[in-house]
Ligand binder design. Structure first.
Ligand SMILES: Cc1ncc(C[n+]2csc(CCOP(=O)(O)OP(=O)(O)O)c2C)c(N)n1
Ligand SMILES: [Mg+2]
Length: 470
């Protein structure tokens, strides 16, 4: 996946937000119609007279309903549905990504939450601010040479990380990915913990043994450490839900996968298992339009990644990932479903990765107009406007005070993290606990004694055993 140069925008481009025409788009699965419930159950096309196109893209067939064609519905809660695509243009060293579509629309408002109170909304806003300020501080620490390794950012994705984690209950579990540092804050890690970890300090959560956000907490916060191999956390979180089920409790296990990572084999296997077992996996597919330097348009053929839920037989929903209210509502409903033992949910959160893959990547291959478009949809600026101007849940003075409070907390945490000692060779723990041994940590049931029951008639019989041995 080679980096591409930023295209030089032509003078006509500059005048209008309409971008140049591109070669014809490859055919994609048509968008499903909206409906209120997340059930992926097929509908009889005869009954679904409003259907404009059949799922196989055959318009003629859709116009004349055909009983042999089934349709599926994916609710889409977004208040705007941007239609543009990114394609590769040019040859050799002049290859660049260009964009086709209308980028002139004004940013949509925040959709009012069905569940969030004033206090909860302000709390999420505060987490989002802390998430962003912490990442700015991390970038500065990196530039000062204090960070060991790279820095990963969730710029533009704070609403998704923070509002989704906020929907978790105490007994639920979180499996964050590298861009979900906001989710880790919500789950109880401090900005100092995260900054110490990035600087590999001796008192960091892994005592300097690992970097970036690769740490978790099985004991108190129910957080599985991020796993670099894309999609693997889905299986782990499915296992967590199974473990809790065996202890007599249905929990929600929230994890994330990117638009790139969703195409891995392990994603399929784990989701299928969670679906079959009705386990409480809540999968947020963070469609931020890029996987490294590959645009989403070059990664999959479906129109919306939530459509893939149909193939697992689970509900799939689409939300605007820059709208914390939409993210919260969808995750809240998915968590409730999980706790009722009804199985997994897939939530596609559409947004934009507003920086490169990591600090080393200047993202020059991203068309500048795409950044401009999503900058207008900044989750923090829009949520702030919603809370202050629309809901009037915060006065301008209260908002200023809140921001100052976040800055003070962040500065104190940064100073404490910088002042922390590096691992001391004589006493450090970096070489300890690398391999698990009986003294390392005891794995105890969290919710109750494990009750493993054989399903009726499912016990191995002498005949079955013999068959297995063949
Ligand atoms: C199984 C696997 N394949 C490849 C990689 C290398 N890799 C790390 S991040 C990344 C891009 C991920 O893109 P996406 O899933 O869209 O997540 P984003 O970075 O946009 O949040 C790749 C290919 C990996 N870590 N794991
Ligand atoms: Mg991505």
């Amino acid at each position: 996946m080679a980096d591409k140069k930023r295209p030089n925008s032509s003078s006509s481009d500059k005048k209008s937000n309409k971008v140049p025409l591109a070669p014809p788009a490859p055919s994609k699965t048509p968008a499903p119609d909206e409906q209120a419930d997340g059930s992926p159950k097929p509908t009889d096309t005869n009954a679904d007279k409003s259907s404009k196109q059949s799922r196989n893209g055959n318009q003629a067939q859709a116009a004349k309903p055909d009983a042999s064609v089934r349709t599926y519905n994916i609710p889409d809660y977004r208040l705007e549905k941007p239609e543009f695509r990114i394609f590769m243009s040019g040859e050799g060293s002049n290859v660049e990504y260009r964009i086709e579509g209308d980028l002139s629309a004004a940013a949509p408002p925040i959709r009012e939450s069905k569940y969030l109170s004033r206090e909860q909304s302000i709390e999420i806003y505060r987490w989002m601010l802390l998430n962003r300020r912490m990442e700015v501080a991390l970038e500065n620490l990196y530039k000062q040479g204090k960070v060991v390794g790279g820095v990963y950012f969730g710029l533009g994705q704070e609403g998704c990380s923070c509002a989704s984690a906020y929907a978790l209950g105490e007994d639920d579990w979180l499996g964050p990915m590298i861009r979900n540092q906001g989710a880790m804050l919500v789950r109880g890690f401090t900005a100092a913990d995260i900054m110490r970890q990035y600087m590999a300090k001796g008192d960091s959560p892994t005592w300097g043994r690992d970097a970036s956000s690769h740490f978790g907490d099985f004991q108190k916060r129910n957080v599985c450490a991020p796993i670099s191999m894309l999609g693997e956390l889905i299986g782990v979180m499915t296992g967590v839900c199974l473990g809790a089920r065996l202890q007599g409790k249905n929990v929600a296990g929230l994890t994330y996968v990117g638009d790139g990572g969703q195409s891995t084999g392990v994603t399929y296997e784990s989701l299928n298992f969670a679906a079959v077992q009705n386990l409480g996996l809540v999968l947020v597919v963070e469609n931020n339009l890029w996987g490294y330097s590959t645009p989403a348009d070059m990664q999959f053929r479906v129109k919306d990644l939530a459509e893939r839920a149909i193939a697992y037989g689970i509900p799939g929903v689409i939300v605007d990932g820059t709208d914390p209210c939409q993210v919260y509502d969808a995750t809240h409903e998915a968590c409730e479903r999980a706790r009722r033992g009804e199985g997994p949910t897939m939530i596609e959160a559409k947004m934009m990765r507003m920086k490169g893959h990591a600090i080393h990547d200047a993202a020059q291959y991203v068309p500048a107009k795409l950044f401009e478009y999503w900058r207008e949809r900044d989750p923090i600026a829009r949520f702030e406007k919603y809370l202050v101007n629309e809901k009037k849940w915060l006065t301008a003075a209260e908002n200023e005070k809140l921001i100052e409070g976040v800055e003070r907390e962040l500065e104190a945490d940064r100073d404490a993290a910088v002042a922390s000692p590096m691992p001391d060779p004589a006493t450090d723990k970096t070489h300890q606990g690398v391999y698990c041994d009986p003294s390392c940590h005891e794995i105890k049931p969290k919710y109750g004694a494990v009750v493993a029951k054989l399903r009726e008639g499912a016990g191995p019989t002498a005949v079955e055993a013999a068959v297995h041995l063949k």
